[in-house]
Ligand binder design. Structure first.
Ligand code: HPA
Length: 283
C-alpha cells in the first residue's frame, strides 16, 4: 500500500489545487454546485475568474447537455463564492471517486460550506414538478462510496460520521430565506440511483418504501465527500418531473430541462439568498 501522501487521487488533487492557485488566489467562503439547467445562476454572480475543468490535470469533464464544465469564482451579494457550472456524474463512466474530485477541490480551496443543487424526480406523490425540496437526509447506498479505497488522511477520517450529513442549521436558514421570499419549500430525503436510465416504476416504489422523497443521479456521493472533509453541507432539489410510474407518461431528459428552465428564475433567487445566508452563518 502506498504512503497516503502518494495516494494517486491526493496527488491529482494537489496538482489541480496548484493549477487553480496559479490562476487565482480567490478564497471562497462557500461552494455551490449548479444542477441541470441551473447554470444561469452565473448571471447572479459578479464573476472574477472562470477555470475550465479541461484546464485542470486529470480532472473529469462533464459530457452531458446542459452542463458546462467550469468553476466560477466570484461574489454574490459580497460573499466570495465558488460555483461549479456543471458537474460530473457516475453514469458518465467516471468512477465515483473521480466524481467527488471537484467537491474535494472546493474543500481544499477553503470553502467551509457547500450548497448542492440538482434536478430530481418526485417520489413523494404530494410533490409537483417545479417544487423545490430542501434535502434533510439521503440514501446513497445504490452507488459506491466516494471514500472507498485507502483513506486520504489529510482530507478526513476513515470512518466519518454522517448523522447530520445535511446541516440542520443551514437547512433552517434556507427555509427562512424561502419564507422571506415567499417561495414555498418542501423538505425530504434524496436517493441517488446510478442512472443513466431513469428508474423503473418498481424501483421507485422500493425507494418510497425506504423513505425517499426525490430521486436523482448525483448529489449523494458529493455530500459524502464534502462531509468527510468537515464541510457543512446543504442541498436543494428542484423537482423537474414525477418519478417513474407515478404518472402514465414516459420520462425524458427534455422534460427535466424544460422544467428546470421554467423554474430557473425563482430557483436562482432562492439560491442567491440561501447561499449568502448560509455563508454568513459559517463566517
Ligand atoms: N430520476 C433520476 N434522476 C432525475 C430524475 C428522475 O426521475 N429527474 C431528474 N433527475
Amino acid at each position: 500500500m502506498c504512503a497516503i501522501n502518494d495516494h494517486p487521487l491526493y496527488l491529482q488533487l494537489t496538482q489541480c489545487l496548484q493549477t487553480v492557485r496559479r490562476i487565482t488566489n480567490f478564497q471562497p467562503e462557500i461552494g455551490v454546485v449548479l444542477g441541470s439547467g441551473l447554470g444561469g445562476f452565473a448571471q447572479s454572480m459578479e464573476i472574477e475568474t472562470a477555470v475550465s475543468y479541461a484546464d485542470l490535470p486529470n480532472f473529469p469533464v462533464s459530457t452531458v447537455d446542459g452542463h458546462q464544465g467550469r468553476f466560477l469564482f466570484g461574489y454574490v451579494q459580497g460573499i466570495p463564492v465558488v460555483a461549479m457550472q456543471g458537474r460530473v456524474h457516475y453514469y458518465e463512466g467516471y468512477d465515483v471517486q473521480q466524481t467527488a474530485m471537484p467537491i474535494r477541490l472546493i474543500g481544499l480551496l477553503g470553502a467551509k460550506s457547500l450548497l448542492l443543487t440538482n434536478a430530481a424526480g418526485g417520489i413523494n406523490t404530494q410533490f409537483r414538478p417545479g417544487d423545490m425540496m430542501v434535502i434533510t437526509d439521503q440514501i446513497g447506498v445504490f452507488v459506491p462510496s466516494p471514500l472507498r479505497g485507502p483513506n486520504i488522511e489529510p482530507l478526513g477520517p476513515r470512518f466519518p460520521d454522517m448523522s447530520q450529513i445535511y446541516d440542520r442549521s443551514l437547512r433552517q436558514t434556507i427555509l427562512q430565506q424561502g419564507d422571506k421570499l415567499g417561495i414555498s419549500l418542501r423538505q425530504g430525503v434524496y436517493v441517488q440511483f446510478p442512472g443513466p436510465a431513469f428508474e423503473t416504476p418498481q424501483e421507485i416504489k422500493m425507494a418510497r418504501i425506504l423513505g425517499a422523497d426525490a430521486v436523482g443521479m448525483s448529489t449523494a456521493c458529493e455530500a459524502i465527500a464534502a462531509r468527510h472533509m468537515g464541510m457543512r453541507v446543504a442541498g436543494i432539489s428542484l423537482i423537474t418531473n414525477m418519478a417513474a410510474g407515478i404518472l402514465d407518461q414516459p420520462l425524458s431528459h427534455t422534460e427535466v430541462n424544460e422544467t428546470a428552465a421554467q423554474a430557473e428564475p425563482v430557483f436562482c433567487r432562492l439560491l442567491s439568498h440561501a447561499l449568502t445566508a448560509c455563508a454568513r452563518q459559517s463566517m
